[in-house]
Write a protein that binds this ligand. Structure first.
Ligand code: NAD
Length: 356
């Protein structure tokens, strides 16, 4: 298989963690007979320094013309005071919009070896957590009409939360397809006892569930989901929800693992093009020291293989390699535990690549 990958290393630890993900992808290419062609495009602060904008038009065109985009992270104190319209994060929003990335996939995986890092008790998470939240990313209350007006002598603010059936259907399809690639279990999160948008959401999900009889489907209210994520997170496989609920629940879920450097994510369009990135930022406090944890980025590359290139075997191999390296007691400093061996960012990447 031959694929074009646009690589957006970005700022801070971005180039360091991306280098390790590329090391792992190259090993996969060698071993399984694929060709990955990389084009590096400046994004964020480094692009502002060179071109005066956080991503150039040519850079954006390159993202659009590729099979997939791999991102490190953008931003840092150096660019905190640049004008709002050219801030580093503007480039991320622009790429999401231009590529029509309406589905955000955030796995929460607590590796059993790192159970001590979780704020939850061992008897709750001892066996590890492995769930994935599919969040609608371009609709709902964040994008609906907003206004503040004076009514009866006081200020009244309104945010509309519109959802069209086709928006619900397309995110629903991503969720069912994702469940098919995982444990075939899907919980749809809504607030159908109160919200009209949730009632349409639920109706649409029920219609879709008939097309996926193999997927064990259930509805769950958002308030109950927030509780269940703490009480019994191992009950979940895939969760699907609208934009704001997903924003809140995915942050809650990511905290269950206690280690930000381990967490990958994917943002998908209706085709196979997606953008893959770790959930953390550019960590300027540790940049340039070769001590960052590259596993979130390496696992993001595994998601790219699984969701954009349909290379499940190769994705499984990377996830297994990460598991093995942790099993053997290798840790970067952010996840260091007593009795383990501390390794650098580049050593960690090499160890994972060697296990493949
Ligand atoms: P951050 O995620 O960069 O860092 C938070 C803490 O986690 C820091 O102590 C950092 O050292 C640590 N950390 C993060 N990733 C790590 C890794 N892989 N290995 C080891 N430790 C890691 O968040 P922040 O400090 O709030 O933001 C720093 C910059 O990143 C800001 O400019 C912010 O705007 C930007 N940011 C970018 C993105 C993105 O590119 N998607 C996301 C969030 C923040």
């Amino acid at each position: 298989m031959q694929k074009k990958i646009t690589v957006l290393s970005g700022d801070g630890i971005g180039p360091e963690i991306i280098a390790e993900a590329i090391k792992v992808l190259n090993r996969i290419a060698d071993k399984y007979g694929h060709t990955f062609d990389y084009t590096y495009v400046d994004i964020g602060g480094c692009a502002i320094d060179k071109y005066g904008v956080p991503i150039t038009e040519e850079g954006m065109a390159c993202c659009k013309a590729s099979d997939s985009v791999l991102l490190g992270a953008v931003g840092g104190p150096k660019w905190d005071t640049v004008p709002a319209q050219i801030r580093p994060e503007k480039a991320l929003l622009a790429v999401r919009k231009e590529l029509n990335l309406f589905a955000n996939l955030r796995p929460t995986k607590l590796f059993a070896q790192l159970a001590d890092a979780s704020p939850l008790k061992k008897e709750v998470v001892g066996g590890g957590i492995d769930l994935l939240i599919v969040r609608e990313l371009t609709g709902g209350v964040y994008f609906g009409e907003k206004k503040t007006e004076e009514v009866n002598g006081e200020q009244v603010a309104t945010d509309l939360m519109p959802y069209a059936e086709h928006e619900i259907e397309r995110i629903g399809r991503v969720a069912f397809e994702t469940a098919m690639k995982r444990g075939k279990k899907l919980a749809s999160v809504d607030k159908a006892n109160v919200l009209e948008t949730s009632r349409l959401w639920r109706k649409t999900m029920h219609r879709l569930s008939e097309e996926y009889p193999e997927v064990e489907y259930s509805d769950i209210l958002v308030d109950n989901t927030a509780m269940q994520l703490i009480k019994n997170p191992t009950q979940f496989d895939v969760l699907v929800t609208e934009n704001m609920f997903g924003d809140i629940l995915s942050d809650e879920a990511s905290m269950l693992t206690g280690s930000i450097g381990m967490m990958p994510s994917a943002s998908l369009s209706s085709g196979t093009l997606g953008m893959y990135e770790p959930i953390h930022g550019s960590a300027p406090d540790i940049a340039g020291q070769d001590i960052a944890n590259p596993l979130g980025t390496i696992l993001s590359a595994a998601m790219m293989l699984r969701y954009s290139f349909d290379l499940a075997k190769e994705a499984d191999a990377i996830e297994r390699a990460v598991d093995q390296v942790l099993d053997e007691g290798y840790r970067t400093s952010d996840i260091m535990q007593e009795g383990c061996r501390k390794v650098s960012c580049s050593e960690m990447g090499t160890l994972v690549a060697e296990k493949l």
